[in-house]
Design a protein around this ligand. Structure first.
Ligand code: NAI
Length: 286
């Protein structure tokens, strides 16, 4: 009760970040979000105009309240890292203080501390290309946006996280098993994210008593997933082959994040938690 969460990677009401925000809010948390700079305008306008009102409804009938939306671009750690062409870009020039370090400073100034940090973002410019056709630039961009972005967020937010706090990211089974179509180095980025979850759990646990876990989620028809191009196939595959033959709802992942953020999970850290109707446990499709 009375916890404060910062969720990076919410720009509409279709993704895992939104569902996590709802579940944490239903459990009584105050919600702050970080929204990718190029998506900020449309997200804030849609929120204001009531476009998300239907999906803002919480189980008790009240509406999800987002206390503050921060512009964020998690591929830049501080203003010195931002290239001139990005600085000059109209969408970026219209906002300020959106590098990771500045966002953490703003949250500290506005609220002092947080209890829960959620990383629900990824980007791989060459995700539709097989790994053998991925450029060095595309591979490194995937790692930067999808893996290092988490190291950076945790590094900058840790000093304002309360002891006993919890940090959560989202990963995908393509890190450990072959999932053709999840290319561009995104499988590599998720493998890094999962390995970093263990090392960060050690460092953040020893230093700040903060837990670090990642949720390996099943397929969801989010904006990001639609861009990959094979999401309907993955949903059908899961329906046909998983132990639980039902479509996965984003709320199921949201509720797991709330569990991981709660004292009920006080001994869980450094873990990859599967929320995928059990698909990960299958050896062959049947
Ligand atoms: P989504 O589109 O709702 O979320 C991705 C968010 O990342 C978007 O809001 C986008 O604006 C933001 N973003 C991209 N680059 C950014 C940057 N440089 N700085 C800040 N924000 C940035 O899609 P989804 O699918 O809910 O993704 C959330 C997480 O869940 C990702 O880590 C994804 O890999 C993971 N995931 C998704 C699965 C799916 O089937 N949708 C399955 C397993 C994991």
């Amino acid at each position: 009760k009375g916890k404060r969460a910062f969720i990076a990677g919410v720009a509409d009401d279709n993704g895992y970040g939104w569902a996590i925000a709802k579940s944490l809010a239903a459990a009584g948390a105050e919600i702050l979000v970080g929204t990718w700079v190029p998506a900020l305008n449309i997200f804030e306008t849609s929120l204001r105009r009531g476009k998300f009102d239907e999906s803002r409804v919480l189980p008790d009938g009240s509406l999800l309240e987002i206390t503050k939306v921060y512009p964020l671009d998690a591929v830049y750690d501080n203003p010195e890292d931002v290239p001139e062409d990005v600085k000059a870009n109209k969408r970026y020039a219209g906002s300020s203080n959106w590098t990771v370090k500045e966002v953490a400073e703003s949250v500290k100034e506005d609220f002092g501390s947080i209890d829960v940090l959620v990383h629900s973002l990824a980007n791989g410019p060459e995700v539709t290309k097989p790994l053998l056709e991925t450029s060095r630039k595309g591979y490194l961009a995937a790692i930067s946006a999808s893996s290092y972005s988490y190291v950076s967020l945790l590094k900058h937010f840790l000093p304002i996280m309360k002891p006993g706090g919890s940090s959560i990211s989202l990963t995908y089974i393509a890190s450990e098993k072959i999932i053709p179509g999840y290319g561009g180095g995104m499988s590599s980025a998720k493998a890094a994210l999962e390995s970093d979850t263990r090392v960060l759990a050690f460092e953040a646990g020893r230093k700040h008593k903060v837990r670090v876990n990642t949720i390996s989620a099943g397929p969801l028809r989010s904006r990001a997933a639609k861009a990959i191009g094979f999401i309907d196939m993955m949903i059908d595959y899961s329906l046909a082959n998983a132990p639980l033959q039902k479509e996965l709802s984003a709320d199921e992942v949201g509720n797991t994040a709330t569990f991981l953020a709660s004292p009920l999970a006080s001994a869980i850290t450094g873990a990859v938690i599967y929320v995928d109707n059990g698909l990960n446990a299958m050896g062959v499709g049947v």
